[in-house]
Design a binder for this molecule. Structure first.
Ligand code: ACM
Length: 761
């Protein structure tokens, strides 16, 4: 009996506890059902809305609970109330206050994390470290900047009560800037640092030296800046394709500049106040043409303007590098010192008696090991001074230095390899992190280096490759955007390339992956673009481009078509084969051939940019393709099925749909049986910057038996070889014949040719 009562009591207690739990969860979700839409970027790890609101007005005090000196953090808040509300926060203790507290017991968040509690009775921002308080303030400022919470008549904010518990997903959240190809003044660097800190980015990688100019004052070697910080032409591409000579600052037409040590100290301190570490990069052993122009004795040929690699057999090279790095370390407190390491040619080392002597004496197998020898020595030098070496992923070649960190730029494979070896890694793969790529249709954009990286592709990135084990994955410290500036001569252009893509990366590296939401990010980024413009930032904005997302269904022999846009909840209209305009609401199917046109409609107006695409579920889809000569191993796309998979390529040859050839294209498609044939068409791309050209001509031949072929069409190229714009063009032939085998031949003009699909009817 007692046992029975006890059981019933336990059951009731259990029901009661479950009920409480459900009520707690439900109240959080019902409240979050009514929750305001915030405009925060990056999205915090956790937000729970509560009842009530906090009113912030000219009576609101702000103070630091432990009395620590945090004037600059408090000033950030006051600057916003001053600018938007016309008043300073009172810096005193009091009721209904904003309280900042350093609290190592804030258990819910880790390093750089914070807990922001907004209640009717006050705001408490707690963090175990000052950096966490700084990031909490950034979040709070983004709330203050949101006009939905500001009452202009009252000069007051009504902030919804909430609890934010936030911390970064990754400790390394970087932006790189190449100031060698084009030089940017320190004020611009500071503007970047300001904006980075708004988005909780914390590493600024300063690419200070390269062939295009040496940009840091080195007291011991004033010649570097006297003679290699200016060049003969402003336009980098003209200079690089021209004489590649350096000049003194007073030479007519000289272009360049450098940072004095005083300016560098100023920037480093400015960054530190924004919790950004500045990582200097001094390139070696390659990308050093400017050093060799000044000190030719450090090169294998002993002559300027011959090559860009330091001589590794020469002890003077190490003396130079160590002297430079000693001054660099005195200026930059960063634990990491970046030594470049990328894209060095071994050609001079192979012929250099000093390098070969070094190779023999050190028992180095080849020139890769020779380069690795240098990196090892430089690492030992840095480590002895308490610093760590970081370099581009070529530092893996010939053996990675014992404690080096690898910056993986040629895709992720270097990073994966390094993480598996137990080394730390920063991911910066070109396909997701190179902000010098186009961010919209190249035909609508200022010239860029190539590629295609819209913000949604940045947003889709995750720095930890799936193939890493949890233990290996811990070595991936984060990701970084790189801005190389070959095509970026001005600060306005640099801003245009960085923003808004940096916002997407900030969410990639800060927000837990499961909390990332591209659809909601579209809403928030639109708001931030306006905000950034208001701050005088030359943001690219959002493209009017529509993406066509096609899925080929070989079972039902059809292509499922959807559209996507960078814009939030876009209105999209489209036509099929020139028919009536329709409002796009959901996916539709193409079963044979469809010419699709689609465009955005905003405020009743159609956008000028129109998506035009032809899709074909054609006779050759899924059929066997025989290659006389295989495609380039660098651009295989989907391998041997690529040319007949029904998928058309996009705006970049790197999208996995374009197959690249350094030879003629010479393939035969077997249609399985003899049939009537009337149409062959194939898409090619031309983009001469990276050396991609149309074929000279295309020839189509048909055979019934696979032995005897008859040419049925020949199409000559109409695109001039000096056309600078991206061109995507179909080479189309119409004829009447019967056959089973279609031989498709495209004569290479020069460089690469890229082809996406061979459509056959
Ligand atoms: C690089 O882009 N050469 C690191």
């Amino acid at each position: 009996m007692i046992c029975c009562m006890l059981k019933r009591f336990c059951m009731k207690a259990l029901f009661f506890l479950c009920g409480c739990w459900i009520w707690i969860c439900f109240s959080c979700t019902t409240q979050s059902f009514r929750e305001p839409s915030l405009q925060l970027i990056p999205q915090p790890a956790k937000i729970c809305f509560e009842k009530g609101e906090f009113v912030l007005n000219q009576h609101t005090p702000v103070f630091v609970a432990g009395g620590e000196e945090m004037d600059s953090e408090v000033e950030l808040l006051s600057a916003v109330t001053r600018q938007l509300g016309g008043f300073d926060l009172k810096r005193e203790k009091g009721e209904n206050a904003i309280v900042l507290q350093l609290d190592t017991t804030v258990a819910c968040v880790g390093k750089e994390g914070y807990r922001l509690k907004i209640e009717p009775a006050g705001v408490t921002l707690s963090a175990p470290e000052v950096s966490g308080l700084f990031y909490g303030i950034q979040t709070f400022i983004q709330l203050l900047n949101d006009p939905q919470f500001y009452n202009a008549e009252e000069h007051a904010w009504h902030l919804p009560a909430m609890l934010v518990e936030d911390e970064p997903a990754f400790p390394y959240r970087g932006l790189h800037l190449d100031v060698s190809r084009h030089f940017f003044p320190k004020e611009f660097v500071m503007k970047c640092l300001d904006l980075m800190s708004v988005y909780k980015m914390n590493r600024f990688h300063w690419h200070l030296t390269d062939a295009a100019g040496w940009r840091i004052e080195i007291k011991r070697y004033p010649e570097l800046t006297e003679r290699a910080a200016w060049r003969t032409q402003e336009n980098y591409m003209d200079w690089w394709n021209g004489d590649r000579h350096y000049a003194t600052s007073d030479a007519p037409g000289a272009y360049g500049g450098y940072y004095t040590q005083e300016e560098i100290r100023e920037v480093v301190e400015y960054a530190a106040r924004r919790h950004v570490t500045v990582i200097p990069e001094i390139e070696m052993p390659g990308h050093s043409e400017e050093v060799l122009a000044v000190f030719p004795q450090l090169g294998c040929y002993g002559q300027p303007y011959r090559n860009g690699e330091l001589c590794i057999g020469n002890e003077a090279t190490f003396e130079f590098v160590e002297n430079v790095l000693t001054e660099v370390m005195a200026l930059f407190p960063s634990e990491y010192i970046h030594i470049g390491g990328d894209e060095a040619s071994a050609a001079a080392w192979e012929k250099c008696p000093k390098c070969q002597k070094r190779r023999r004496e050190e028992h180095l197998k080849d020139e890769k090991e020779l380069q690795s020898y240098m990196i090892h020595r430089v690492e030992a030098f840095l480590n002895a001074k308490g610093r760590k070496l970081i370099g581009w992923d070529e530092i893996l070649d010939g053996g990675l230095a014992p404690a080096a960190t690898v910056m993986s730029w040629r895709g992720e494979s270097g990073g994966i390899q390094a993480a598996r070896m137990g080394h730390d890694v920063i991911m910066t793969p070109g396909g997701y992190c190179y902000f010098d790529s186009y961010q919209a249709d190249p035909r609508t954009q200022p010239a860029a280096i190539g590629g295609f990286l819209p913000y949604l592709k940045v947003y889709s990135y995750h720095p930890v490759p799936a193939e890493l084990s949890p233990e290996e994955a811990r070595h991936v410290l984060g990701a970084q955007a790189n801005l190389w500036t070959e095509y970026i001569p001005t600060t306005a252009h640099a801003e245009y390339m960085i923003f808004p893509r940096l916002l997407a990366l900030s969410e990639v590296v800060w927000t837990p992956r499961e909390k990332r939401d591209a659809a909601d990010f579209k809403r928030r980024i639109a708001w931030h673009i306006d905000w950034l413009r208001g701050k005088g930032v030359n943001v690219f904005g959002l493209s009017d481009r529509l993406d066509l997302l096609d899925e080929v269904d070989t079972l039902q022999r059809r292509i499922r078509v959807r559209f996507d846009s960078e814009k939030y909840k876009p209105e999209i209209h489209y036509t099929l084969n020139g028919g009536a305009e329709q409002l796009y609401t959901d996916a539709f199917y193409v079963t044979d051939s469809a010419c699709i046109e689609a465009f955005l409609v905003e405020d009743g107006k159609p956008s000028e940019e129109v998506l035009q695409k032809r899709l074909d579920y054609h006779r050759a889809v899924g059929k066997k393709v025989h290659y006389e000569k295989l495609y380039s191993s660098s651009y295989p796309a989907a391998g041997e099925s690529t040319l007949v998979d029904g998928k058309r390529g996009g705006l970049t040859y790197g999208d996995g749909r374009w197959q690249g050839f350094l030879s003629d294209v010479n393939v035969t498609i077997d249609l399985d049986s003899v049939c009537d044939l009337s149409y062959v068409s194939a898409g090619f791309m031309q983009l001469i910057g990276p050396g991609v050209y149309m074929p000279n001509f295309v020839s189509v031949s048909v055979s019934e038996d696979g032995e005897t072929f008859q040419e049925v069409a020949r199409i000559d190229n109409r695109v001039p070889a000096d056309e600078k714009q991206l061109v995507i063009e179909d080479f189309t032939a119409r004829f009447k014949t019967r056959g089973r085998y279609v031989k498709f031949f495209a004569k290479r003009q020069r460089g690469f040719q890229f082809i996406d699909e061979i459509v056959i009817y």
